[in-house]
Design a binder for this molecule. Structure first.
Ligand code: SER
Length: 587
């Protein structure tokens, strides 16, 4: 069954059962708490919570859609047989119309009767309940779904599994929203359909409230369904990808077939996924940038370009992919027929990237040999990844193991990981440790510099004013660091100047920033400073900046103090008896 046929049949099936077919919403959602659309239910959030009226907008309480989705949390997994960034989700939804009984029955009928999958291949899961959902709340087991599967549909008990909150409870997308227990349907052990029963509203403080009228939200990945129905080995062998992969294979004969036999297929899949996803993002108005969705798009495009250089691919991949996507998806998603504009955006990014690369190539001329730290710096500043260094200047990196670069990379990724995790179903790149707040990669860079500066500031204050200076609080945004400390009078201008000078001297010395992970008791013996109000875990990191500063801290920091830039004290004030506050900036 062709993918197009699957989409059609799904929508028709639900149309015949009183659902209004709604077109896919944009990948860029209206909901500001979410970076990109990750599920079909997102465009319907207001209907679940009674903020919009489905009867007025759809003439029905029930809708169905094929929705464009993008999950940033899977970017690094792409390349295997299953993960994708962009995918399509088929779903049926109800806002106070029907509930578990109909939803489960229709799902079952669609799979068994409409798609002809034998019922013996099915297993399902249901929610086991959560006895400790926080704030004294208990969420009960979903006995109703169990009984529908078992008693009404007749699935044997052995094929109904119960799972907890992790697996069988959805939501919310973003900070808050509808959520509830799920029942998942598996064919031959592969999950194909997720049925969510939105009984609750999950508030920003994580407590749940019963929704006035419960809703249904189901989602079935089209790609996975196509694998199953087309007897394909994986998504890339389905009609959704196969023609593109074949073409890519043809135009990229120099993939490392001999030297790294496991790589060529992986690279082809990444290319195919990233090309398709970029085209859909651009069609929905995303433009490459260093922020949020634009940054995701830039990452995808640049990865394609890097592979192009690395493996000597001369064909123009962008026009080729744009044609493929237009031909295969244009009927469903008319926005991607705007190929001229899409291609222009892609080619502009290519030109920009080539310029940055040229600068990077100049930069590496300056090095005799390139260390892991240098390589990371070059990557961050000019976009030249390790693989390209190997390609362009093999002699200069001959002593650099990939592991060392990756180690360096990982340190910095901890920062963006913190963001990525939150972003699942949700957010932009956000770093929020309580102390540091940043919402774009550039902001992450600045708050990281300010964070290192804050350690230097505390050390300098103690050197100038004495050990009675103790941290009382700190808060860092992309604009400034704000540091509160115990001291019982205003600082004189000379003292301010001295503190500033000490910090800048330490920066100029380009002290290495390093840390050691120790059990808390041992860490305390190192005489490192720590913030008494903070609850530290059993294992803590002790950050040192040369001999100048030593403090407990979770990071992140720059690798060397020179990276902080010039430090300036912008303001001092009193914030209570015996507590002073300093605001500092970096230039
Ligand atoms: N929102 C659920 C999911 O994305 C069901 O549609 O899996």
């Amino acid at each position: 069954m062709k993918s197009e046929e699957i989409r059609k049949r799904f929508l028709k099936f639900f149309e015949e059962r009183g659902h209004t077919i709604v077109s896919s919403s944009s990948l860029v959602p209206d909901d500001p708490s979410v970076l990109l659309t990750t599920a079909g239910m997102q465009q319907f959030k207001p209907y679940y919570v009674g903020k919009a009226d489905p009867m007025r907008d759809f003439g029905s309480r029930n809708t169905a859609s094929a929705q464009k989705c993008f999950r940033t949390s899977d970017i690094d997994e792409v390349g295997d047989q299953t993960h994708l960034t962009f995918f399509e989700m088929l779903g049926n939804f109800s806002f106070g119309g029907y509930f578990k009984k109909e939803a489960i029955r229709w799902a079952y009928e669609f799979i068994v009767n409409e798609l002809g999958v034998s019922r013996d291949r099915l297993t399902v899961t249901i929610f086991a309940g959560d006895p400790s959902a926080g704030s004294g709340q208990v969420i009960p087991e979903d006995k109703e779904s169990y009984s529908i599967w078992h008693k009404e549909i007749g699935l044997p008990e052995s094929r109904i599994k119960k799972h907890g909150r992790q697996d069988n409870f959805w939501g919310p997308t973003g900070n808050e929203g509808p959520c509830g227990p799920t029942t998942e349907i598996y064919v031959d052990g592969v999950e194909i359909w997720n049925l969510v029963f939105n009984e609750y509203y999950c508030k920003a403080d994580k407590t749940l409230e019963k929704l006035p009228s419960p809703g249904v939200d189901t989602g079935m990945g089209l790609e996975r369904l196509a694998v199953m129905l087309q007897g394909a080995g994986n998504v890339f062998e389905t009609d959704l990808f196969h023609p593109l992969i074949s073409k890519l294979r043809e135009v990229a004969p120099k993939l490392p077939y001999e030297t790294q036999p496991d790589q060529p297929e992986r690279i082809l899949r990444i290319l195919a996924d990233h090309l398709r996803a970029s085209i859909f993002l651009i069609a929905d108005g995303v433009r490459p940038s260093n922020k949020e969705a634009g940054y995701i798009l830039r990452r995808l495009l640049r990865r394609i370009l890097v592979y192009g250089i690395q493996y000597d691919i001369h064909a123009d991949l962008f026009p080729m992919a744009v044609d493929f996507v237009k031909y295969n998806y244009g009927d469903w998603y008319p926005e991607i027929k705007n190929t001229k504009e899409i291609l222009t955006v892609m080619l502009e990014e290519k030109t920009k990237f080539e310029k940055a690369l040229a600068l990077g190539v100049k930069e590496i001329e300056k090095y005799e040999s390139i260390s892991a730290k240098d390589a990371f710096y070059i990557y961050e500043t000019f976009g030249l990844p390790w693989e390209l260094l190997k390609e362009l200047v093999p002699a200069k990196v001959k002593n650099l193991a990939k592991e060392a670069f990756e180690e360096e990379f990982k340190k910095h990724q901890e920062i963006s990981r913190a963001g990525l995790e939150k972003k699942f179903g949700g957010h932009g790149l956000i770093l929020d440790t309580g102390e540091l707040k940043a919402s774009t990669p550039e902001e992450v860079e600045i708050v990281t510099r300010l964070h290192t500066a804050t350690h230097l500031l505390q050390a300098a204050l103690r050197k100038v004013l004495g050990p009675e200076v103790k941290q009382m609080g700190s808060d860092i945004t992309a604009e400034r660091t704000r540091f509160d400390f115990s001291f019982n009078r205003k600082l004189t201008d000379e003292e301010i100047k001295k503190v500033e000078d000490l910090v800048n001297e330490a920066i100029q010395k380009d002290l290495p920033v390093s840390y050691q992970e120790l059990p808390i008791a041992e860490a305390k013996k190192t005489k490192a400073l720590y913030f008494f109000k903070e609850k530290y875990p059993e294992q803590v990191k002790v950050y040192s900046m040369g001999e100048f500063s030593k403090e407990f801290c979770g990071g992140p920091h720059v690798t060397n103090t020179l990276r902080v830039g010039k430090f300036k004290i912008a303001k001092q004030e009193a914030v209570g008896s015996g507590i002073r506050r300093i605001r500092g900036v970096v230039e």
